[in-house]
Design a protein around this ligand. Sequence first.
Ligand SMILES: Cc1cc2nc3c(=O)[nH]c(=O)nc-3n(C[C@H](O)[C@H](O)[C@H](O)COP(=O)(O)OP(=O)(O)OC[C@H]3O[C@@H](n4cnc5c(N)ncnc54)[C@H](O)[C@@H]3O)c2cc1C
Length: 421
Amino acid sequence: MVNHAPAPQDIAVIGAGLVGSACALALAEDGHRVTLFDPDPPGAGTSSGNAGGIVTGAVVPTATSQVLRALPSYVLDRNGPAVLRLRHALHALPWLWRFVRAGRPAEVARIAAALWPLVEGSLTAHRQLARLAGADGMITDEGWLKVYASDAEFAATAPDRLLMDRCGVRYQVLDQAEVMALEPGLNPDLARIGMHQPESGFVRDPRGLAQSYADAALSRGARHLCQRVRGLVRRPGGVTIHADAGPQDFDRLVIAAGAWSATLARQLGDRVSLDTERGYHLGFGAQTAGLLRRPVGLPALGMVLSPMQGGLRLVSGDELAGLTAPPDFRRIRGLVPQARRAVPGLSEQPVTSEWMGFRPSTPDSLPVIGVSPHGPEVIHAFGHGHLGLTLAAITALMVADAVAGRPPRVEPRPYVIGRFR
Ligand SMILES: Cc1cc2nc3c(=O)[nH]c(=O)nc-3n(C[C@H](O)[C@H](O)[C@H](O)COP(=O)(O)OP(=O)(O)OC[C@H]3O[C@@H](n4cnc5c(N)ncnc54)[C@H](O)[C@@H]3O)c2cc1C
């Protein structure tokens, strides 16, 4: 997206979530003829319901030795923050095997080091795309705050802090008075210690941001076809897409279909280990949006409280149950009293909405970004797990660089799909 303009190509992007919409904008800005396939409006699915954090210090992978020790409780404790549904367990076994291997200490350190250049550049990348989209105001810089009720709770974060220190993540440890100065709406008893990453960004309306990116792509000549892609075939010099309205040829294809990407990649000969970590939120009414200023994580309760545009959002849950099982809101509903205790201003406020989304998760917590080993006409941009909002824009810039043949801004090897062979 800088220096010399690449020769324009016909490029299809499958998926208009945050990642696909950002890719469409970065490619359209480079002068390509972009077609965005998605039966749904931009950002309407998983990308709409997150906690809004662009977390520039998120280097701790999902699989760590602490999480591995807790794995049995994922099956046994129906009320825990993470759940593995038995009906999905057999299907998930290969993914779980890789997840366990990713949790070995040397792997955790390698993965953190590979996440760091992505997350470190994530907010700058979003600001670059948001400027193109005239959406600068949608990203604010309140930072990312986690709070702890006791020294013991905070001490349990020592392994995470060690990883963050090794990578060079900047954060501040705050005492109770400092936390309360940042967030007067919190219950001080649950906020005796804080960890603040002031350089992180916040998006109160992530669906709106995806829509802005897609709109900016359309204003640069892209088109959005409200069609589901049903089949993909490589042909010399490109790819044929079979969508609802029949076959169409493209020079290049970007797969950005979130949790549904593995089936598409497999049709083109690219195997990947991808499952979904389903996550939930409950929304309180619009009048609650001012109770906090930024997303606040309460790790001991397994929840984040985010002051979104439509009201305070209680975000929680990590459920391995596949793409088709119905949602199970019992656990997150059970967290409402704790949320009201954490933010006393919520006490009289009713829950006004319930939501579930599908995090597209690789077992090693690294996204899949880059050209297919079977040919450069296919580019992958999925598997962002817990960090799809954070990483959408930097992924898009990396995709545009790959198409243009520009030197990569981030060493691409850790993210290639070939690691799943
Ligand atoms: C509860 C929760 C909280 C989260 N909080 C955060 C956070 O604070 N910060 C953060 O960075 N991340 C967060 N995330 C993660 C983030 O929301 C996701 O990683 C991100 O939304 C994934 O974006 P995506 O564009 O890859 O996928 P999606 O948003 O799922 O978009 C994929 C799109 O592909 C389309 N599609 C699928 N198959 C086809 C097909 N065959 N043809 C055409 N279109 C197709 C779908 O319709 C969909 O619109 C959270 C996630 C959850 C669930």
